[in-house]
Write a protein that binds this ligand. Structure first.
Ligand code: SF4
Length: 378
């Protein structure tokens, strides 16, 4: 595909290889795409048998069978055996592309990076701000295709993403105010889209005027607690197998435990205020954190808003962005309260990639997030 737009950090990424504190070859489910599997089938002799013996099925998906918790093709130099032997085409697509992610939207594709990789998280911490996209002059592999031939919807999403992010970055108003105004705007547009009245959405204003914002904004003052802590609590506590988590993701487990220690001391009728107050206190002491959260929300918008191309559900995609940002803020606040104001950039990056791995890359938690959004907002 020629029409590919890449994020400004895309080419700055360099894999940490042997110095990586986590390694994507460890602990994760590694799916094997059909093309890679076809290549494995063609490998002859003992080598072919050896490669195929490490492929199995997990929940109906073909995956690499981990050994000692890691990919069996990872050698003692912490390098992928396929790559080290000059056969990158044998790597499954996810391994060849990670942490790059190119999504094709029919006539155009977009390439970003995922923050679950420590090297990308570090880049993000070092260069906060609104991301820019430019046309790629090198070839990139498409990881995921969203098939929809609705050109009008594509143009709409492109325009709306730009408009929402312009609004989000344009002035010094606080993020909670912006979230509310954007929520009201996206909600009203969504309401018309699902009734197939896309053309009429142009009349909806994006504004801080409360009389245009509908019930949610009138009933809820703008706070950092966009989603109630009670709801977040259900989500975090109900769907995580803590026994397994403490072994498989001990760093994320530690953050959740910190969350329980801090928020568990509060009562339900004041916990939302408590979170908002603690966030504001932390931001007064660490104004740089605000830029980080802003950049994170903006990053989520770049990553997720366009996915409505397939399902038309712009409100759900928007709410995911707010929810992920609030979750990141909660765990980052927990770390701040535990470690104090002088956390190193390395630690900030670590908290970020731990959250990404534990939240966005945790299928059961992700499923529960959808339930939360459905229950509270849709
Ligand atoms: S997680 Fe990122 S830095 Fe670490 S090995 Fe994988 S691609 Fe490289």
């Amino acid at each position: 595909m020629d029409n590919v737009y890449i994020c400004d950090l895309y080419e700055k990424f360099h894999c940490l290889a042997g110095d990586c504190p986590t390694s994507c070859c460890k602990g994760w489910v590694l799916p094997v795409d059909d093309e890679a599997y076809e290549r494995y089938k063609k490998l002859e002799g003992l080598y072919g048998r050896h490669v195929r013996s490490h492929i199995t099925k997990h929940k109906g998906i073909r995956v690499i069978r981990r050994q000692l918790g890691r990919c069996p093709f990872l050698n003692s130099d912490k390098l992928c055996q396929f790559q080290a032997n000059g056969h990158p085409e044998l790597m499954p697509l996810v391994c060849r592309t990670y942490p790059r992610e190119t999504v094709s939207f029919d006539k155009e594709a977009r390439s970003t990076l995922v923050l679950s990789c420590p090297a990308v998280a570090k880049l993000f911490i070092e260069t906060p701000g609104r991301r820019e996209f430019h046309r790629a002059d090198t070839k990139v592999e498409v990881f995921w295709e969203l098939n929809n031939e609705d050109d009008a919807m594509f143009a709409f999403l492109k325009e709306e993403e730009e408009k929402l992010l312009d609004f989000f970055w344009q002035d010094d108003r606080e993020m909670p105010e912006k979230w509310q105004a954007m929520y009201a705007y996206v909600y009203r547009k969504h309401d018309l889209i699902i009734r197939d009245r896309l053309k009429e959405t142009v009349d909806i204003p994006l504004t801080y005027d409360k009389s245009n914002m509908g019930e949610y904004a009138l009933l809820n003052p703008p706070t950092y607690c966009f989603f109630k802590i009670e709801t977040i609590d259900h989500m975090v506590l109900n769907c995580i197998n803590y026994g397994a988590l403490s072994v498989r993701e001990p760093k994320f487990y530690h953050l959740i435990k910190g969350y329980l220690d801090i928020f568990g001391k509060q009562y339900l009728d004041c916990v939302d205020n408590y979170f908002d107050e603690q966030m504001r206190k932390m931001l007064r002491e660490n104004p740089e954190a605000y830029e980080r959260y802003r950049s994170y929300f903006s990053w989520c918008m770049n990553e997720l808003f366009f996915l409505a191309f397939e399902n038309y559900n712009i409100i759900r995609q928007y709410l995911y962005c707010v929810l992920y940002t609030q979750l990141y803020m909660i765990f980052d606040l927990v770390d701040y309260m535990e470690k104090g104001p002088n956390r190193s950039p390395e630690r900030l990056a670590e908290v970020l990639y731990i959250c990404e791995q534990g939240i966005q890359h945790n299928p059961s938690l992700k499923h529960n997030l959808m339930e939360v959004i459905r229950r509270e907002f849709l």
